[in-house]
Design a protein around this ligand. Structure first.
Ligand code: PLP
Length: 416
């Protein structure tokens, strides 16, 4: 099917209008890094400023602000297949990851000294583990290495799980190749050795199906500014399965995690539910913007969103085969039968950085570069079209054929 035919049949097509598109000629394929802005976000934040803050002042805490972490968390939880009361919105993904790993390590049975992860994981998660290992002497990190930079085979993880393992933690969809771990089987494998699992959902939530309840996942974290379209720096979320909430301590005690914060007792008594994982005052303006993005995904339905994401991935693969493979561009995402992937495709080329710059500066195509040789084309099913993917591929072909990228050779710098 052509891009136009696919766009005509797209049941989610009308959701594009729910996002602010200031320049229809810009092809934005970086929703996996910073999602577009929902139109309604501006109204909601303006209301939060003018009416809630400006007029209602402190009264607004009792008129919706105080409940934001739980209310927004519950909606995010619906996208993740969590039960009510298992997800809360707060802090950054990195801080939430720290809180959960710290709590697992504090409660681990004697003799469990290993944390297992892989080298396709997001660097921040690895840094946090390295820092935590210093705080828990004797704990060692086992980093399973990908053999090809794209996949981690389940056997590679299964091989290292044992009775000495305290935690298995992985990115569900890996930020670079987009490889997606099998959440169900790996969680089961870990549980068979009594190992809890912590999944980082940053590159999955809002783009692929997730069913935390069905997979019996113990812990999860993720961010809201990617496929959830929550806005720059919007707070993250964390998930703790209901039966683990009483034992999962928060290492950063603060009044928002206190059972009765407004008694102002000087003794810390942790809240009983998921709010135990809170620490301090939430960033209200950001939190209000997140809700809009999450509502749009709930309205569209994650089944349809994930189905379109799959179609876009296949479409990119076909376009790559037809238009880019002959120019020395590689496909760096999982394509073998039966393998899962996320909602972006990685195209590889030795001059990827210069090509990415040429696409952005000369063609109004915005993907992103990932060192050393990758360009990610991210698909946000609510606003991206098949025609955009097609045009981006044509633009990349033209950059390569004309050698336009040569203008951008040289130092790699700044935010990519
Ligand atoms: C984007 C991303 C993060 C972001 O962490 P912050 O603390 O929000 O900066 C963490 N983990 C993964 C896997 C990510 O993709």
């Amino acid at each position: 099917m052509t891009a136009l035919e696919l766009d005509e049949r797209d049941e989610l097509g009308q959701f594009r209008n729910r996002f602010l598109i200031t320049d229809p000629d810009v092809i934005y394929l970086d929703g996996n890094s910073l999602g577009r802005m929902p139109v309604l976000a501006a109204d909601r934040v303006k209301d939060a400023l003018d009416r809630q803050w400006g007029d209602r002042l402190i009264r607004s805490w009792g008129e919706g602000w105080y409940d934001l972490p739980k209310r927004v968390g519950a909606k995010v939880g619906e996208l993740l297949g969590a039960q009510p009361g298992e997800v809360i919105c707060c802090d950054s993904t990195s801080v939430n990851f720290y809180k959960l790993v710290h709590s697992v390590l504090s409660n681990r049975p004697a003799g469990r000294t290993k944390i297992i992860t892989d080298n396709l994981n997001f660097p921040s998660d690895i840094y946090l583990l390295q820092g935590l290992a210093k705080q828990f002497p004797g704990v060692e990190i086992v980093v399973v290495e990908s053999l090809d930079g794209i996949h981690i085979w389940p056997e590679q993880i299964q091989e290292v799980l044992d009775e000495r393992t305290a935690l298995l933690t992985l990115s569900h969809c890996c930020y670079r190749s987009g490889f997606r771990h099998n959440m169900l089987t790996l969680t089961e494998d870990a549980h068979s050795f009594g190992i809890p699992v912590l999944w980082d959902l940053s590159h999955s939530a809002g783009a692929v199906e997730i069913d935390l309840a069905e997979c019996n996942v113990d812990y999860a974290v993720g961010c809201t500014y990617k496929y959830l379209n929550g806005g720059p720096g919007s707070p993250a979320y964390l998930y703790v399965r209901q039966d683990l909430q009483a034992e999962a301590n928060n290492p950063i005690w603060g009044w928002f995690g206190q059972n009765r914060p407004f008694e102002f007792s000087l003794v810390y008594e942790p809240a009983m539910g998921i709010d135990r994982k809170l620490t301090g005052t939430p960033p209200v303006l950001s939190m209000i913007a997140i809700e809009v993005g999450v509502d749009l995904l709930l309205e569209a339905g994650m089944d349809r969103v994930a189905e379109k994401s799959r179609q876009m991935f296949t479409f990119l693969f076909d376009q790559w085969k037809a238009n880019l493979a002959d120019l020395g561009v590689g496909f760096g995402s999982p394509v073998l039968d039966g393998l899962l992937h996320g909602s972006h495709g990685l195209l590889t080329h030795p001059n990827a950085y210069a090509i990415d710059q040429a696409l952005i500066q000369k063609h109004q195509v915005i993907p992103d570069f990932r060192a050393p040789d990758g360009i990610r084309f991210g698909f946000a099913p609510l606003y991206n079209t098949f025609s955009e993917v097609e045009k981006a591929v044509w633009a990349m072909r033209s950059v390569l054929e004309s050698e336009e990228w040569r203008e951008f050779e040289g130092e790699i710098g700044g935010v990519t």
